[in-house]
Design a protein around this ligand. Sequence first.
Ligand code: SF4
Length: 300
Amino acid sequence: MSDSSSIEWCDTTWNPTTGCDRISAGCDNCYALVMARRLKAMGQAKYQTDGDPRTSGPGFGLAVHEDTLNDPFTWRKPRKVFVNSMSDLFHARVPLDFVRRVFEVIEATPQHTYQVLTKRASRLPKVADKLPWPSNLWMGVSTEDQEQADLRIPPLLATPAKVKFASAEPLIGEVILHDDWIGLDPYRRGEPSLNWVIVGGESGPKARPMSPDWARHLRDQCVSAGVPYFFKQWGSWAPSGWHGIGRPLPGSFFVGDEVDAAGHRVEMVRTSKHEAGRELDGRTWDQFPDTKTLEVASRG
Ligand code: SF4
């Protein structure tokens, strides 16, 4: 499989492990699970381990790939690398020693920037002091709704990672960032806080719509706190520009805050990810952490 990536915030994917198990609502429509089944059928060697059918699937059993560990040494140009687009590095069945070796490869290839994203934040406090934390490693947690944000962001912030980020994708419920998570709590100034927030809607046949207000509220919080904000995509549902009330037509939804006294809400319509695009209120939001100053570096 090609290692170039269509993911908007990285150049390349690197999968030293493959396979996973669903653990929260954000996993309901896991694209990797579907992809693994196809890759298994195509005979791809990395996808021949089957997972538990209740939480995983064909070709999606957790597997460790020692032979991929040296891949980053072969990439000549600096890349932004998404680690484990097809797995979760902090899955309980990935041995700590293997996680450490992945981190050591990251440390030994400082020309690349690595983004590690997990839904297993509860494992972080158990292993954080046994791992090197090179400055080219950005550590993130998935925060698809408030419940998961409350569970996953505090253990992330307790790690020594230099860049810490929250990925609110697929955003399936409102997420309010607590002041101390974004450096706005006057009593906790100087404590670790988020350096980047990614927001995206879900795509695919079973995609759930994201209210524009959820994306806006996170943007506004990030702007007021000086935290870089990246709006990745609407996904398969986009605001139509209309407002409505009552029972919508099939293929549309009324969501978010009321936009007038009559109780109208924004109409979301089913479309393609491509058609829906990635503008929020008339512009793209392509901010990344500036690793030198950790201040907003806008490429938008
Ligand atoms: S944690 Fe990620 S890779 Fe694992 S099942 Fe959930 S969405 Fe898929």
